[in-house]
Design a protein around this ligand. Structure first.
Ligand SMILES: C[S@@+](CC[C@H](N)C(=O)[O-])C[C@H]1O[C@@H](n2cnc3c(N)ncnc32)[C@H](O)[C@@H]1O
Length: 222
Protein backbone atom coordinates (compact mmCIF):
# COMPACT_ATOMS: atom_id res chain seq x y z
CA UNK A 1 0.00 0.00 0.00
CA UNK A 2 1.21 3.49 -0.87
CA UNK A 3 0.26 7.05 -0.08
CA UNK A 4 -1.77 7.16 -3.32
CA UNK A 5 -3.82 4.14 -2.17
CA UNK A 6 -4.38 5.82 1.17
CA UNK A 7 -5.36 9.05 -0.60
CA UNK A 8 -7.93 7.11 -2.64
CA UNK A 9 -9.45 5.78 0.58
CA UNK A 10 -9.51 9.35 1.95
CA UNK A 11 -11.35 10.48 -1.19
CA UNK A 12 -13.91 7.70 -0.79
CA UNK A 13 -14.43 8.64 2.87
CA UNK A 14 -14.75 12.33 2.06
CA UNK A 15 -17.38 11.58 -0.59
CA UNK A 16 -19.29 9.03 1.46
CA UNK A 17 -19.10 10.21 5.07
CA UNK A 18 -16.95 13.20 5.93
CA UNK A 19 -17.98 15.89 3.42
CA UNK A 20 -15.85 18.99 2.91
CA UNK A 21 -14.26 17.56 -0.26
CA UNK A 22 -14.22 20.92 -1.99
CA UNK A 23 -13.44 22.99 1.06
CA UNK A 24 -13.35 26.76 0.30
CA UNK A 25 -10.76 27.09 3.07
CA UNK A 26 -8.35 24.61 1.48
CA UNK A 27 -8.90 26.28 -1.91
CA UNK A 28 -8.17 29.71 -0.44
CA UNK A 29 -5.06 28.40 1.30
CA UNK A 30 -3.75 26.99 -1.97
CA UNK A 31 -4.56 30.23 -3.80
CA UNK A 32 -2.64 32.19 -1.15
CA UNK A 33 0.37 29.89 -1.52
CA UNK A 34 0.16 28.41 1.99
CA UNK A 35 1.87 25.03 2.42
CA UNK A 36 -0.58 22.10 2.23
CA UNK A 37 0.16 20.96 5.77
CA UNK A 38 -3.36 21.25 7.16
CA UNK A 39 -5.02 18.21 8.67
CA UNK A 40 -6.89 16.16 6.05
CA UNK A 41 -10.70 16.38 5.84
CA UNK A 42 -11.19 13.01 7.64
CA UNK A 43 -8.79 14.17 10.35
CA UNK A 44 -10.57 17.53 10.62
CA UNK A 45 -13.87 15.72 11.06
CA UNK A 46 -12.26 13.47 13.64
CA UNK A 47 -11.11 16.53 15.65
CA UNK A 48 -14.62 17.95 15.34
CA UNK A 49 -16.13 14.73 16.67
CA UNK A 50 -13.67 14.49 19.54
CA UNK A 51 -14.46 18.07 20.50
CA UNK A 52 -18.19 17.36 20.29
CA UNK A 53 -17.82 14.13 22.30
CA UNK A 54 -15.96 16.07 25.00
CA UNK A 55 -18.69 18.75 24.83
CA UNK A 56 -15.83 21.21 24.45
CA UNK A 57 -16.79 24.84 24.67
CA UNK A 58 -13.27 26.22 24.94
CA UNK A 59 -10.50 25.06 22.62
CA UNK A 60 -6.88 26.17 22.45
CA UNK A 61 -5.03 25.52 19.20
CA UNK A 62 -1.32 25.99 18.56
CA UNK A 63 -0.64 26.32 14.83
CA UNK A 64 -3.45 27.95 12.82
CA UNK A 65 -2.06 28.02 9.26
CA UNK A 66 -5.10 29.00 7.14
CA UNK A 67 -7.60 27.95 9.79
CA UNK A 68 -8.69 24.59 8.36
CA UNK A 69 -8.51 22.62 11.62
CA UNK A 70 -9.63 25.80 13.42
CA UNK A 71 -12.84 25.81 11.37
CA UNK A 72 -13.69 22.23 12.35
CA UNK A 73 -12.97 23.02 16.01
CA UNK A 74 -14.93 26.28 15.90
CA UNK A 75 -17.94 24.44 14.47
CA UNK A 76 -17.67 21.91 17.29
CA UNK A 77 -17.68 24.47 20.12
CA UNK A 78 -20.89 26.05 18.84
CA UNK A 79 -22.08 29.65 18.92
CA UNK A 80 -21.37 30.12 22.61
CA UNK A 81 -17.92 28.55 22.43
CA UNK A 82 -14.48 29.98 21.81
CA UNK A 83 -11.32 28.88 20.05
CA UNK A 84 -8.05 30.65 20.84
CA UNK A 85 -5.48 29.87 18.17
CA UNK A 86 -1.82 30.84 17.91
CA UNK A 87 -0.05 31.51 14.63
CA UNK A 88 3.49 32.72 14.11
CA UNK A 89 3.16 33.99 10.52
CA UNK A 90 0.99 37.11 10.07
CA UNK A 91 0.30 36.13 6.43
CA UNK A 92 -1.11 32.78 7.56
CA UNK A 93 -3.24 34.48 10.21
CA UNK A 94 -4.64 36.89 7.63
CA UNK A 95 -5.72 34.04 5.36
CA UNK A 96 -7.16 32.21 8.38
CA UNK A 97 -9.15 35.26 9.46
CA UNK A 98 -10.77 35.55 6.02
CA UNK A 99 -11.47 31.80 5.90
CA UNK A 100 -13.02 31.71 9.36
CA UNK A 101 -15.19 34.75 8.66
CA UNK A 102 -16.37 33.24 5.37
CA UNK A 103 -17.17 29.97 7.15
CA UNK A 104 -19.37 31.93 9.58
CA UNK A 105 -17.36 31.06 12.69
CA UNK A 106 -15.02 34.07 12.86
CA UNK A 107 -16.83 35.57 15.84
CA UNK A 108 -15.85 32.65 18.06
CA UNK A 109 -12.16 32.51 17.07
CA UNK A 110 -9.42 34.61 18.66
CA UNK A 111 -6.27 34.43 16.48
CA UNK A 112 -3.13 35.53 18.28
CA UNK A 113 -0.14 36.28 16.11
CA UNK A 114 3.42 35.57 17.25
CA UNK A 115 5.47 32.76 18.70
CA UNK A 116 3.19 30.55 20.79
CA UNK A 117 5.76 30.35 23.58
CA UNK A 118 5.55 34.16 23.87
CA UNK A 119 1.77 34.24 23.69
CA UNK A 120 1.09 31.37 26.11
CA UNK A 121 2.30 33.28 29.22
CA UNK A 122 0.24 36.28 28.10
CA UNK A 123 -2.84 34.07 27.78
CA UNK A 124 -2.15 32.47 31.18
CA UNK A 125 -1.83 35.96 32.69
CA UNK A 126 -5.42 36.64 31.62
CA UNK A 127 -6.53 33.77 33.91
CA UNK A 128 -8.84 32.24 31.30
CA UNK A 129 -11.44 29.60 32.08
CA UNK A 130 -9.79 26.19 31.60
CA UNK A 131 -9.70 24.90 28.06
CA UNK A 132 -11.60 21.67 27.38
CA UNK A 133 -9.41 20.64 24.46
CA UNK A 134 -5.95 21.66 23.25
CA UNK A 135 -4.80 20.86 19.71
CA UNK A 136 -1.04 21.18 19.15
CA UNK A 137 0.09 21.41 15.52
CA UNK A 138 2.90 23.95 15.13
CA UNK A 139 6.72 23.81 15.41
CA UNK A 140 7.30 20.23 16.47
CA UNK A 141 10.47 20.98 18.46
CA UNK A 142 8.34 22.70 21.10
CA UNK A 143 5.71 19.98 21.47
CA UNK A 144 6.77 19.07 25.00
CA UNK A 145 6.76 22.75 26.02
CA UNK A 146 3.28 23.11 24.56
CA UNK A 147 2.03 20.10 26.49
CA UNK A 148 3.47 21.58 29.71
CA UNK A 149 1.56 24.81 29.00
CA UNK A 150 -1.56 22.87 28.07
CA UNK A 151 -1.47 21.23 31.49
CA UNK A 152 -1.53 24.65 33.15
CA UNK A 153 -4.45 25.82 31.03
CA UNK A 154 -6.76 22.79 31.27
CA UNK A 155 -8.69 20.88 33.97
CA UNK A 156 -9.20 17.23 34.85
CA UNK A 157 -11.15 15.72 31.95
CA UNK A 158 -9.64 17.99 29.30
CA UNK A 159 -8.12 16.47 26.20
CA UNK A 160 -4.73 17.31 24.65
CA UNK A 161 -4.04 16.23 21.08
CA UNK A 162 -0.65 16.52 19.38
CA UNK A 163 -0.54 16.03 15.62
CA UNK A 164 2.16 14.38 13.50
CA UNK A 165 3.97 12.40 16.18
CA UNK A 166 4.57 9.18 14.22
CA UNK A 167 6.64 10.75 11.44
CA UNK A 168 6.64 7.92 8.92
CA UNK A 169 7.42 5.49 11.72
CA UNK A 170 10.46 7.48 12.84
CA UNK A 171 9.36 7.49 16.48
CA UNK A 172 10.31 3.83 16.83
CA UNK A 173 13.95 4.73 16.19
CA UNK A 174 15.58 5.69 19.50
CA UNK A 175 18.76 6.71 17.66
CA UNK A 176 17.07 9.05 15.19
CA UNK A 177 18.82 12.39 14.75
CA UNK A 178 15.75 13.93 13.10
CA UNK A 179 14.70 16.89 15.26
CA UNK A 180 10.98 16.30 14.76
CA UNK A 181 11.30 12.59 15.62
CA UNK A 182 13.25 13.45 18.76
CA UNK A 183 10.57 16.00 19.67
CA UNK A 184 7.87 13.32 19.23
CA UNK A 185 9.76 10.92 21.49
CA UNK A 186 10.27 13.69 24.04
CA UNK A 187 6.56 14.49 24.21
CA UNK A 188 5.60 10.81 24.42
CA UNK A 189 8.08 10.27 27.25
CA UNK A 190 6.80 13.38 29.02
CA UNK A 191 3.24 12.05 28.92
CA UNK A 192 4.34 8.58 30.05
CA UNK A 193 6.07 10.11 33.07
CA UNK A 194 3.41 12.69 33.94
CA UNK A 195 0.89 11.33 36.48
CA UNK A 196 -1.69 13.95 35.49
CA UNK A 197 -1.78 12.67 31.92
CA UNK A 198 -2.83 9.38 30.39
CA UNK A 199 -2.23 8.97 26.70
CA UNK A 200 -1.95 6.91 23.59
CA UNK A 201 -0.99 7.41 19.96
CA UNK A 202 -3.26 6.47 17.10
CA UNK A 203 -1.28 5.84 13.94
CA UNK A 204 -2.88 7.17 10.78
CA UNK A 205 -2.44 6.72 7.04
CA UNK A 206 -4.11 8.82 4.37
CA UNK A 207 -3.47 11.38 1.68
CA UNK A 208 -0.88 12.94 4.01
CA UNK A 209 1.10 9.70 4.35
CA UNK A 210 1.89 7.76 7.55
CA UNK A 211 1.66 9.71 10.78
CA UNK A 212 -0.44 9.83 13.94
CA UNK A 213 -2.21 11.75 16.66
CA UNK A 214 -1.17 11.68 20.28
CA UNK A 215 -4.27 11.77 22.50
CA UNK A 216 -3.89 12.55 26.20
CA UNK A 217 -6.48 12.91 28.92
CA UNK A 218 -5.85 15.24 31.86
CA UNK A 219 -6.62 13.55 35.16
CA UNK A 220 -6.81 14.97 38.65
CA UNK A 221 -4.08 12.70 39.98
CA UNK A 222 -1.13 14.61 41.54
C1 LIG B 1 0.97 22.29 10.41
S1 LIG B 1 0.57 23.97 10.30
C2 LIG B 1 -0.97 24.05 11.14
C3 LIG B 1 -2.06 23.40 10.38
C4 LIG B 1 -3.44 23.65 10.96
N1 LIG B 1 -3.50 23.20 12.34
C5 LIG B 1 -4.47 22.89 10.15
O1 LIG B 1 -4.53 21.66 10.29
O2 LIG B 1 -5.21 23.50 9.39
C6 LIG B 1 1.67 24.68 11.46
C7 LIG B 1 1.49 26.19 11.65
O3 LIG B 1 2.20 26.54 12.85
C8 LIG B 1 2.80 27.77 12.65
N2 LIG B 1 3.91 27.92 13.60
C9 LIG B 1 5.18 27.48 13.47
N3 LIG B 1 5.90 27.81 14.54
C10 LIG B 1 5.08 28.46 15.38
C11 LIG B 1 5.23 29.06 16.64
N4 LIG B 1 6.41 29.04 17.28
N5 LIG B 1 4.17 29.66 17.22
C12 LIG B 1 2.96 29.67 16.59
N6 LIG B 1 2.76 29.12 15.37
C13 LIG B 1 3.79 28.53 14.78
C14 LIG B 1 3.24 27.75 11.18
O4 LIG B 1 3.45 29.07 10.70
C15 LIG B 1 2.08 27.02 10.53
O5 LIG B 1 1.14 27.93 10.03
Amino acid sequence: MTTSDWAEVDRYLVDSLVGDGDSPTLAANAAAGLPAIDVSPPQGKFLYLIAKSARARRVLEIGTLGGYSTTWLARAVGKEGQVVTFEYEPEHAEVARANLDRAGVGDRVDIRIGAALDNLPVLAGEHPEPFDLVFIDADKANNANYVRWALKLTRPGSVIIVDNVVRNGGIANADSTDAAVRASREVIELIAAEPRLDGTVLQTVGGKGWDGFLYALVSDQD
